[in-house]
Design a protein around this ligand. Sequence first.
Ligand code: HEM
Length: 402
Amino acid sequence: MGVQEAITALLSPAGRGDPYRYYAVLREQTPVLPIGNYVVLTRHADCDRVLRDPGFAVEHAGYLDASVPNWREHSSLRVLRESMLFAGAPDHERMRRLAGTAFSARRVAALRDPVRELVGAAVDRLAELGADGAPVDFVAEFAVRLPVAVSGELLGIPAADRGWLRAQVADLSVALETMPDQAQLGAADAAADALREYMAGQVAERRRSPREDLIGALVQASPHLRLAAHELTANLVLLLAAGFETTSHLLGNGLALLLDRPAESARLRTNPELAPSYVEEMLRYDPPVHVTSRWADRDTEIAGVPVPQGREAILAIGSACRDPARFERPDEFVPERPDNQPLSFGAGPHFCLGAALARMQAQLAFPLLLNRFPGLALSGPPTRRDRLTLHGYATLPVMIGD
Ligand code: HEM
């Protein structure tokens, strides 16, 4: 297969669903591939370097002007640009300091028991829905519910609001795509406005009567963090949006891998202490985020290929996770892989803030699911979501067994 054929396949729904063999073609034939205004990188070493190289910037306003000139008309794109995800130095460092408040080791560790309870409740719910052999959609009934409940718990958002938030964040997630579909941005914009207003309301409530939850802690810390009001709400929206579909795809992709590998499921069921290495290998083997991008801030080169200032580098981190130069037997699921540090949470200054929380959910969920439902199996063919950046299942029908 040639490079052009692989690119065409990657842009088709079937190719997006199972892109790995096409990534391999690009990695082997043209690992640094200039196309139009882009340069596509498929090797681990190149993606890793660009993520850490201060000569490459996230897609801030100036760069977005070049690719989506009308982006300011879209509140979904605007709210994300006001958050740390698309902030460059020095704003990024300033905003990222909220991590010390939001994701301190103490705060994340304190969530372990509440997360365990939420996982237990989600498993109970699955047991009820799947009683008497009824098929259940694991994605709708478990994978998309748990992360919003957990983020809700972290932020201190009332349980009654979480269903509504789930729907809004699902609409907003289009704006996280590397090349957002303009036709879907209308719904994303409405969701961004609603979420920003909601978060502003939560902030105002904490100002009236201080609380110990994360929003309360950020409200108290924001003068010290030098966060403007719009930056605080934008980052709160990001904390919800960035942790939702990503974590639900980790749960869905991970379960599909286990159901396909009964021996691995049996091993994890009886050795729950292996959950961290299973989850790490799930993140590598079928990562929830496949693509991110950076812009060259100056003329440079990548592996000898000249990259002019202003060129956008598309980083295929889904491909980097299967690079044989970094991972031995990359197309095999090997939980005991040594030094398994995939790029699934990124690298460098924008490394995922919620990595510990996402891992915690998956590490608690899989052993519990396998032990509670030893007969868990697919009840029909799963379907993939047709997205380039966020990679996971739209539906995963299961039977929970006896
Ligand atoms: C399995 C689940 C997750 C995956 C695969 C994932 C993946 C990523 C990746 C790849 C990035 C870097 C993007 C880039 O550099 O261009 C990122 C950044 C980020 N993630 Fe996650 N994420 C997950 C869960 C979460 C959760 C649960 C939260 C919050 C509760 C979260 C919050 C963030 C934030 C705030 C950033 C931006 C950090 C910055 O710009 O400094 N993520 N994530």
